[in-house]
Design a protein around this ligand. Structure first.
Ligand code: AMP
Length: 299
């Protein structure tokens, strides 16, 4: 596996290559969720390139940019073992040269709800860095996790609107045996917090039960039930929401036939650790389940 640190170098390599390339953008601290993306990318293209870059522009003031884990040696080993052909690990000044104009990429409607309300500007930073990576690398496909469902929708919209010549592939969420979605931020949890963290998944499976089995049609009833499960496990809930899976807008009622499905999304804090998760419910979910667990059913 080649390791490349500069934009000039990776552009030069890219120009000499034929065949197809799948890009897996990451911020490192590689875990089984990232590994799954790399493996899925392998089935999509001749070569798999992983980027490892903790992107400063997607962190707000007071967030964990400085403390975000950066275990670069073990990350490179993990990418190599998962079958990546190249790792692109630029410095911040490679991606954001000091003399660059402060260009912005904004997807207003999708990026200002949910995470966007709690992390203003977050998706502008995500869009900017992903647009740069796509321009530098020009992959045929780029793989993103459904774990960050809103991010996936924002990037799909950016790529569509800007007519970018790349296919976006959404990969199911990889979970621990008790249902907790894998995340680099899980490493921040104390033993006690880790025990409670599974409540995020429990809240989502409760939403699934209410919508799919009990036929609940009132989104606010489901949202309250999700919130209740999390609060019982000491979470401070930022949001517990049922939304339209494409627009992420609120629903007046959950239609009984669930033709388009419903996305349940949540973000909540245990102490200083903020976790997010989501689950597709209904028709879409049963055709294309967005969850993959180490055990058969972790509920
Ligand atoms: P990150 O390093 O957190 O920016 O994540 C890089 C990519 O991995 C993003 O597309 C995430 O959605 C994806 N990802 C993170 N955690 C998981 C997971 N548990 N399952 C599947 N994909 C994930």
């Amino acid at each position: 596996m080649r390791v490349v640190e500069t934009v000039d170098q990776i552009r030069a390599i890219r120009q000499t290559l034929g065949g197809t390339i799948a890009l897996v953008p990451t911020m490192g601290a590689i875990h089984d969720g990232h590994r799954r993306l790399i493996e899925a990318a392998r089935t999509d293209a001749d070569r798999v390139w992983v980027s490892i870059f903790v992107n400063p522009t997607q962190f707000g003031a007071g967030e964990d940019y400085d403390s975000y884990p950066r275990p670069i040696d073990s990350d490179l080993d993990a990418c190599r073992a998962a079958g990546a052909d190249l790792a692109f690990c630029p410095t911040a000044s490679q991606m954001y040269p000091p003399d660059a104009t402060a260009c912005q990429v904004t997807v207003p409607d999708l990026a200002t709800v949910l995470e966007g309300e709690h992390r203003p500007g977050h998706f502008d930073g995500v869009c900017l860095v992903v647009a740069k990576l796509l321009n530098i690398i020009q992959p045929h496909v780029a793989c993103f996790g459904q774990k960050d469902y809103q991010q996936l929708r924002v990037i799909e919209a950016m790529v569509d609107d800007l007519l970018m010549p790349v296919r976006i592939s959404g990969i199911p969420t990889v979970r621990e045996a008790d249902g907790l979605a894998m995340s680099s931020r899980n490493a921040y949890l104390t033993e006690d917090q880790r025990r409670h963290a599974t409540a995020l998944y429990k809240a989502l499976t409760e939403a699934r039960r209410l919508v799919e089995d009990a036929g609940e049609s009132d989104p606010t009833a489901v949202e309250s039930a999700m919130r209740h499960v999390m609060e019982a496990h000491h979470f401070d809930v930022d949001y517990a929401a049922l939304r339209h899976p494409r627009t992420l807008q609120p629903l007046d009622c959950i239609e009984p036939r669930l033709t388009h499905g419903v996305i349940a999304l949540t973000a909540a804090r245990l102490g200083d650790v903020r976790l997010i998760d989501n689950m597709l419910l209904g028709a879409v979910a049963s055709q294309n389940d967005n969850t993959e667990s180490k055990s058969a059913d972790a509920a």
